[in-house]
Design a protein around this ligand. Structure first.
Ligand code: GFB
Length: 311
């Protein structure tokens, strides 16, 4: 068994949306031996600091949820940062985890690793079969390298390192910055600001026609934990809900959750990004897993989180 109640667990990136959801989940399950460090205490881009941390703490299990992340605009604008920071963090953490002989490591990748022209729904077998979407290529290539590294350490050293590939996530502790945010956080912020200022129209980006598979972050970490505990395969596992909606449909749900009653317009000078990226979740489903949170319920929780952060 990889995890027991005494396991020392390092959640890298525990203040981010995914890492904080993982900490919530582990604590709810009674895991109390968590090794957590803020960015100020441990800069994961510094190899020496990371090695010293692993030598001192000797964690049993590691979740790699630390990353430089953002929505389509941030990915496309801060291309060097998305490349360097992610490559540095994951390289340092994965290598130091192997040196410290951890029992298990789970790396959070992203569905943007699939080729731009990938057949839909995207199966794990489609990985490495074509170039990624250009707006997030540096991020995608870094995440591909992280997955390849997990597989290489497994192949050469027998390390129990696995990657999950989550779809587009949203939920508590999302980043609501207007330029950096992912779709759901951007929708919540824009609709909320329009509602409180009495604005009649909200401007969204692109054409509104691309499709996205949105998943509530607590469901994603639930699936990831199941993979760590029960999955014995070598290849990464897609983590999604199994269905997608157009941006327009997603915007309708967010608008209802926020209570904005005006109109939506689309700024076609802003990019659409990938037109579709629906994950094939057969492998995850075969482990007996199913998403629990509807988009409507998740959007309401996310909006409550946004409001709490305004105070
Ligand atoms: O979540 P998002 O920013 O990134 O969603 P990706 C972008 C889609 O939502 C595009 C549309 O089709 C945008 O045109 N959109 C409409 C908006 N209005 C807005 C808005 O106000 N803000 C934003 N951000 N989008 C992500 C990667 O790509 O895929 C992530 O950026 C991650 O890093 C994720 O890998 C899986 O879905 O295009």
């Amino acid at each position: 068994m990889i995890l027991d109640k005494h396991s020392k667990i390092f959640v890298a990136g525990h203040r981010g949306m995914v890492g904080s959801a993982m900490v919530r989940r582990l604590q709810a399950e009674g895991f109390s031996n968590l090794a957590l460090r803020s960015k100020a205490d441990l800069d994961l881009t510094r190899q020496k600091a990371v090695e010293e941390f692993f030598q001192a703490e000797q964690p049993d299990v590691v979740f790699v949820a630390a990353a430089r992340v953002g929505g389509i605009f941030a990915n496309n604008t801060y291309r060097a940062e998305f490349s360097y920071t992610n490559l540095a963090i994951q390289t340092n953490v994965i290598h130091a985890a192997w040196q410290a002989k951890v029992k298990g490591l789970l790396f959070f990748s992203s569905s943007c690793v699939y080729p731009r022209a990938c057949p839909q729904p995207m199966k794990e077998d489609h990985l490495f079969s074509g170039p990624p979407e250009p707006t997030n290529e540096p991020y995608a290539v870094a995440k591909l390298a992280g997955m390849s590294m997990c597989r290489a350490y497994r192949d050469q050293y027998g390390a129990n390192f696995t990657a999950v590939i989550p779809t587009n996530l949203y939920g508590p502790n999302d980043n609501y910055d207007p330029q950096q945010s992912h779709l759901m956080a951007a929708l919540i912020r824009k609709f909320h600001e329009a509602k409180v200022s009495g604005q009649k129209q909200v401007m969204l980006w692109g054409s509104g026609t691309p499709r996205r598979e949105l998943m509530f972050v607590d469901d994603a970490v639930d699936a990831a934990l199941l993979v760590l505990k029960n999955y014995a395969g070598k290849d990464p596992v897609n983590v999604g809900v199994g269905s997608d909606l157009t941006i327009r449909e997603i915007a309708d749900v967010a608008m209802q959750a926020v209570g904005f009653r005006g109109e939506i317009a689309y700024d076609s000078t802003k990019p659409d990004g990938a037109m579709q990226k629906l994950l094939d979740i057969s492998k995850l489903s075969s482990l007996g897993w199913k998403a629990k949170t509807s988009l409507e319920a998740g959007a309401a929780i996310a909006y409550a989180d946004f409001l709490a952060k305004q105070q």
